[in-house]
Design a binder for this molecule. Sequence first.
Ligand SMILES: [Zn+2]
Length: 472
Amino acid sequence: MKKIIKNGTVVTATDTYRADICIENGVITQIGGKLPDVDAEIIDAKGCYVFPGGIDPHTHLDMPFGGTVTKDDFESGTMAAAFGGTTTIIDFCLTTKGKTLKSSVDTWHAKSKDKAVIDYGFHLQIVEMNNEKLAELPKMIEEEGITSLKVFMAYKNQFQADDETLFKTLIAARDLGALVMVHAENGDVIDYLVKKAIADGNTDPIYHALTRPPEVEAEATGRAATLTELANSQLYVVHVSCAEAAWKIAEARSKGIDIWGETCPQYLVLDQTYLEKPNFEGAKYVWSPPLREKWNQTELWNALKTGQLQTIGSDQCSFDFVGQKDLGKGDFSKIPNGGPIIEDRVSILFSEGVKKGRISLNQFVDITSTRSAKLFGLYPKKGTIAIGADADIVIFDPTVERVISAESHHMAVDYNAFEGMKVTGEPVSVLSRGEFVIREKQFVGKPGAGQFLKRAKYGADKQTIHEGPLTV
Ligand SMILES: [Zn+2]
């Protein structure tokens, strides 16, 4: 039966208006002033905003790292994402030197297939760019629909790729229509600083931040931007944490380089002092890049407001405090890097961004959904409310106040990075392709209902006439 969402205020990246939305067979088929109720299930959205479902372009679910595996897998992770108003995630498929890209993609399909409750795609990690990998890439992009490639400039002797690999990846991406993503930190310098700190007996969690200063992030960001210019390619910088890196992106953009920047909620509301918490609790806030001095938050908000940064990812990478983070007791370099953020990404941006007047309601939708859909080849099927688009919809109560806590969150992990934080606004119901995943704050979805998304090539959103997804 068709569904009609009535009495809500529809918000897209460009418009805010009162309308009813009709959903049939998973897609939006009508948007109008007063749609007739005949033969339809009516969903009352009175007093609520009706947003396109959030798109989280940066998650690590069921990922082996630091001698352990992230606590949230594709089931608990996507369920928590849905509670938070996210209906699509793009997860990082890790690859291994000497193994085919296809074998890694198959591994990620196996992790996600019967578990995801919302739709998902993959980014593909590049650790080496030799002839075998180069020969395999067109297939990954055209047949597998994996149109974004991730290069780590940090995590020496683990994920880190050298500049030659990054440069070759940029050239291949330009020729094949993919977007290159970088984790921009100078891994060689960090490796030296970490070893020195440990040798000097500086082993507490705070040294995680002190051995990865803003300069190493800014340097790598600038270097990646320069290589992108030289390759005449395109670049997306993940998890920008500090002003210096945001400025590098702004500078590159002003030169006409095709570069985009993502930040994360944790960098907007938490700061470096969290790593100084006693009783090893600082370990809860160990991720890379690290939390920064508080003044950076204003600069990051300004960058979002003025469009110098365009998206917000969660960088969800959760480890329990007890049993996982404590692998690094007595040696901060052994603390598994990452935090549980997937559930609160949208709420924090609404509460701290829209409610506090830092960004507009339409900017909020653009930053949490639409822009990622465009950059990662999902628009206009995802990322907007339009006729023919997938009915990925969040009914959001903008007035309800709540306190974020591990006691009430839905992630599998034993702590919440935003514990005790008051936020205004919460998703009431969330639909994925027209089916409820969250209904009146209750989970009603199904593991395995989420579909793998083959994504269009980079730049497909710039076509003036869209072919395919917009036919009803
Ligand atoms: Zn990440």
